[in-house]
Design a protein around this ligand. Structure first.
Ligand code: GDP
Length: 199
C-alpha cells in the first residue's frame, strides 16, 4: 500500500536545479499558511511530524520534497505559494521558481489546492487557481478543517468552492472534504492519489 511506507523529508529546493530528477510521479500541495496543509500531509502519510519541516523558518519559500523508499510517488509541498509575505526580491525569486516548476515539470500530475473549510475560497485561493489554469496544470480543491464549521457553514463553503471551480479548465470537478483531526476524507484523498498513479 502506497502510504504504508514511511515518507521522509528529502530536501528543500530554492532553484529548479535543486529538484530531484523527474523519475517518479509528483503531487504538490498548495494553500495559504494555517490552512491545515502540514496536518493534511501528515494525515495522508500517517505520520505525526513529517510536514512540520515545511513550516520551519527558511523553509516556507522552498519546494519541500518528501519521498518514501521505492515509492513511485513524490510529494512536493509549496508552503508559501501564492501567499508569500517576504521582502520583494525574495517573493519574486519564489514566484519565478514556482512558475518554472509548474510549467516545466513533466512528472507533476496534480496540485491539491487546500481551501479552508470554515469559509471556502478567498482571493488568494482564486489567484492560485488562475495561475494553475494558465499553466494548464491539473488541480483538485480540498477543503480542510471540515470538523470546525457548523454543518450549515460547511455546506455553504462546499457550495462556494464548487461554484469557484466550475468551468475552470484545469480543475478536477470533484471536491475532497477533509478533517485531519477526525480523519474525515483522508481515505478519499488517498484513493484519489492511488487513482492518479494507476492511470
Ligand atoms: P499549515 O500552516 O497550513 O501547514 O497548517 P497546520 O497544519 O500547521 O495547521 C494550522 C492550525 O490548524 C493548527 O493549529 C492545527 O492544529 C489546526 N488544524 C489543522 N487541521 C485541522 C483539522 O482538520 N481540524 C481542526 N479542528 N484543526 C486543524
Amino acid at each position: 500500500m502506497l502510504f504504508a511506507r514511511p515518507f521522509v523529508f528529502v530536501k528543500g529546493c530554492v532553484r529548479i536545479a535543486d529538484l530531484p530528477p523527474m523519475d517518479r510521479t509528483e503531487i504538490a500541495f498548495a494553500g495559504r499558511s494555517n490552512v491545515g496543509k502540514s496536518s493534511l500531509i501528515n494525515a495522508l502519510v500517517g505520520m505525526k511530524d513529517l510536514a512540520r519541516t515545511s513550516n520551519t523558518p527558511g523553509r516556507t519559500q522552498e519546494l519541500n520534497i518528501f519521498e518514501a523508499a521505492d515509492a513511485e510517488l513524490r510529494i512536493v509541498d509549496m508552503p508559501g505559494y501564492g501567499f508569500a509575505q517576504a521582502p520583494k526580491p525574495k517573493v519574486e525569486a519564489w514566484t519565478r521558481l514556482i512558475h518554472q516548476y509548474l510549467t516545466g515539470r513533466a512528472t507533476l500530475r496534480r496540485v491539491y489546492v487546500l481551501i479552508d473549510g470554515r469559509h471556502g475560497p478567498r482571493g488568494n485561493d482564486v489567484s492560485v487557481m488562475n495561475e494553475l489554469d494558465k499553466a494548464a496544470v491539473s488541480y483538485q480543491a480540498v477543503l480542510t478543517k471540515a470538523d470546525k464549521p457548523s454543518e450549515k457553514e460547511l455546506q455553504s463553503a462546499i457550495a462556494d468552492t464548487l461554484r469557484a471551480i466550475a468551468k475552470r479548465p484545469a480543475a478536477h470537478p470533484d471536491l475532497i472534504v477533509t478533517s485531519s483531526e477526525k480523519g474525515t476524507g483522508i481515505p478519499d484523498l488517498r484513493a484519489a492519489i492511488a487513482h492518479l498513479l494507476a492511470h
